[in-house]
Design a binder for this molecule. Structure first.
Ligand SMILES: Cc1ncc(COP(=O)(O)O)c(C=O)c1O
Length: 375
């Protein structure tokens, strides 16, 4: 390694990158398959909203222009949809970008810490470590519920941010809004409480779980949302944070000015307008997850209760195959799901709720794999 590279910051040399779900192309090539089904990254089961597709075609000719730095039209549309003032909205290149900037604007390396449950969405840890900030974790309970008192015990005067994912990834668990509210009120006012609601659209009913109505009351509360799931725009990279207007102002000053591109802005606005597609998505996910849970249970698997657009499960006790074996045998059949070894859960698997055809193919594939193992 040249000296110029060996001299990079230790946080870079030791960096463990984000492990993304496998792609359809990779598996098609590896196994010479014609059709591959991907249920690994919790994407939208219905694809891209019709209005988004139409608007993107019209907007394609604008791609040579720079977007407006603070994406005012999109922020206005989000503000209307979420019932908040536009000054509270910061849009980003996926909610990943908002997670990254929040840590960078608030946490001082060598002094502060960031706190979350274990397991949790890996980006909180990855970006904290990259910045050289201590990352603390409190294990979730054996049934994957949250003990928020235990989390509160680990907060000290140097806790800069607490991340709580609701509904959780990878388990699908969502704490009740009242519990989150009590925890939020117990935090020191200077500590940012970031509730990552990437999957909140799918919770039923949403009001029982989301605390976004507390934004006016709690200055340190940040709510994260994404267009990657219920709005079907994972590839466009669009997410946002709702927060105190002063905090939003600082975030917008420091972020790279054009991280939300001009087509993503158009797509986001159209996705909010296409309420039919949004409702159809919720319907497909809510009915699909019920069916998957019932069929997995009938096969002897143990699915966890979920409020998200995915489902975590373990295999039947008597199964001679490991979760990783089952994952690989499904891959050979052209079905990509997610093994959870990287989350520290080697016995669990996570499957996104797909459309009817995808759910059916997954269940058929899994049934075959389990029957083969029994034979
Ligand atoms: C809990 C959670 N937060 C945030 C994200 C990132 O979303 P985005 O695509 O908006 O960056 C994901 C993506 O899977 C997620 O699971």
């Amino acid at each position: 390694m040249p000296a110029s590279v060996a001299a990079l910051r230790t946080e870079v040399l030791d960096f463990e990158p984000y492990a993304a779900g496998l792609s359809i192309e990779e598996i098609r090539e590896r196994y010479g398959l014609e059709s591959v089904i991907k249920l690994a990254s919790n994407e939208n089961p219905l694809g891209v909203a019709p209005l988004v597709q139409k608007r993107l075609k019209t907007a394609a000719g604008l791609a040579f222009r720079y977007p407006k730095p603070d994406t005012p039209r999109l922020r206005k549309a989000i503000a209307c949809r979420m019932g908040v003032d536009q000054s509270r909205v910061v849009a980003g290149n996926g909610s990943d970008e908002i997670i990254d900037i929040l840590i960078r604007v608030r946490a001082v390396p060598g002094r502060d810490n960031v706190l979350a449950f274990k397991p949790c969405f890996s980006m909180y840890k990855i970006q904290s470590k990259f910045l050289g900030v201590e990352f603390r974790q409190v294990p979730v309970e054996a049934d994957f519920t949250y003990d928020l008192d235990k989390l509160a015990e680990r907060v000290d005067e140097n806790t800069a941010l607490v991340f709580v994912t609701s509904p959780d990834n990878p388990s699908g668990f969502a704490p009740k809004a009242a519990e989150l509210e009590a925890f939020a009120r117990s935090l020191p006012p200077a500590c940012l409480f970031v509730v990552d609601e990437a999957y909140m659209d799918f919770a039923e009913p949403e009001e029982a779980y989301s605390i976004r109505n507390l934004l006016d009351e709690l200055d340190n509360l940040v709510i994260l949302r994404t267009f990657s799931k219920a709005y079907g725009l994972a590839g466009m990279r669009l997410g946002y944070g709702l927060m105190h207007p002063d905090l939003a102002d600082y975030l917008m000053r420091v972020r790279l000015p054009f991280s939300v591109n001009i087509l993503a802005e158009e797509a986001g606005i159209a996705a909010i307008e296409d309420t039919c597609f949004y409702e159809a998505t919720l319907q497909a996910v809510r009915s699909g997850r019920e069916r998957l849970a019932a069929e997995l249970t009938a096969m002897g698997c143990v699915p966890k209760p979920t409020q998200a657009n995915f489902l975590m499960f373990t295999l039947p006790e008597a199964c001679s195959l490991s979760a990783k074996d089952v994952f690989e045998k499904l891959l050979e059949r052209g079905i990509i799901i997610r093994p959870l070894g990287s989350y520290g859960l080697p016995d669990s698997l996570r499957v996104s709720i797909g459309n009817e055809h995808e759910n059916h193919a997954f269940l058929r594939g899994l049934r075959e794999v389990l029957e083969e193992a029994r034979a």
